[in-house]
Design a protein around this ligand. Structure first.
Ligand code: SF4
Length: 299
């Protein structure tokens, strides 16, 4: 059989040009190749089966007619189509086939799925349920670092085995989900033992929760310049609370990165631009930038 894969919202890194691999499609590829079938990224022609993945519901739907693609059977999956849909178990248990993304020079890994929290703006709990440890998948044979996609790495009851695994691999890591609210001293110590590819990302989404004690504790082990903190604005927060959080982070010498909940709201857009443009954030006060007199500095 000829199997076609379509990664609807697949994107390439702006700097490296390398595509971020889609795990579900790599598992599909491995499954069918093991059965002796031909698998490729679908771009033209007729296929016996098409697997189409869409992770975000805001990504526009693909028009198969434009690419002159047709198939006897079309399977669509991913959060962008159906939050509850799962791969069939015999595909889910397969390791990813990295040859689908031949230029990919890193691995993607999960040690857990789900989360202990149920934040109202997030679909993880609805999609994946309460946190569950997960057996790691095989790594990319050409991988030079590991992207760790856990939603909440340290909420995993088996987080220490994950750290041992990563220390054993000796590759730099990029941790996507570090929940500073639950971080204890032992976790901060081991977090610092990993070789980090870039800044460690934490989040301060809820202004009513004071994260200063936890962040202060964390920075006893992890140097503040190694940490970046996402600050969600426009979702249950006032402009005063937004300013308080970014100024507190500045005091703690941690880089804030503002995530506007509504990207078309003029205040949220402007505040995000002020904070996220580091040269402006370092030199111009919000009280001045808010007035608009510095708008020409920032496109
Ligand atoms: S902690 Fe993060 S992953 Fe977990 S529910 Fe909240 S936003 Fe989602």
């Amino acid at each position: 059989m000829k199997i076609g894969l379509i990664d609807v919202d697949g994107h390439r890194n702006k700097k490296t040009g390398i595509a971020f691999p889609n795990i579900a499609l790599m598992k599909v590829s491995n499954y069918y190749k093991q059965l002796g079938h031909e698998v490729e990224h679908a771009n033209f022609g007729h296929y016996d089966k098409l697997y189409i993945s869409k992770l975000f519901n805001f990504t526009p739907e693909i028009d198969l007619n434009v690419g002159f693609i047709s198939a006897n059977e079309i399977n669509k999956g991913g959060t962008g189509y159906d939050i509850k849909k799962r791969l069939p178990l015999d595909i889910e248990v397969c390791d990813p086939d990295y040859s689908v993304y031949h230029d990919c020079d890193f691995s993607v890994q999960f040690f857990s799925r789900g989360c202990i929290r149920n934040c109202s703006f997030c679909v993880v709990r609805e999609k994946e349920g309460f946190i569950m440890p997960q057996k790691p998948m095989n790594l990319n044979p050409n991988g030079k670092h590991i992207e760790i996609l856990d939603n909440n790495f340290f909420a995993n009851p088996e987080w220490k085995s994950a750290i041992d695994y990563l220390l054993d691999k000796k590759q730099p890591v990029n941790l996507h989900g570090v929940d500073v609210r639950i971080m204890n001293e032992e976790q901060a110590y081991w977090l610092n033992k990993l070789k980090h590819l870039k800044q460690i990302h934490i989040a301060w989404d809820f202004p009513k929760i004071d994260l200063v004690p936890q962040i202060t504790e964390m920075t006893k082990h992890v140097k503040p310049y190694k940490v970046m903190c996402y600050v969600l604005i426009g979702f249950n927060s006032t402009p005063e609370q937004d300013l308080y959080r970014v100024e507190k982070l500045r005091e703690l010498k941690i880089d804030p990165f503002v995530m506007p909940y509504n990207k078309s709201d003029p205040y949220q857009k402007r505040f995000a631009r002020w904070v996220n443009h580091k040269a402006i954030f370092k030199t111009v006060k919000w009280s001045e930038y808010r007035q608009g007199s510095f708008s020409s500095v920032c496109p």
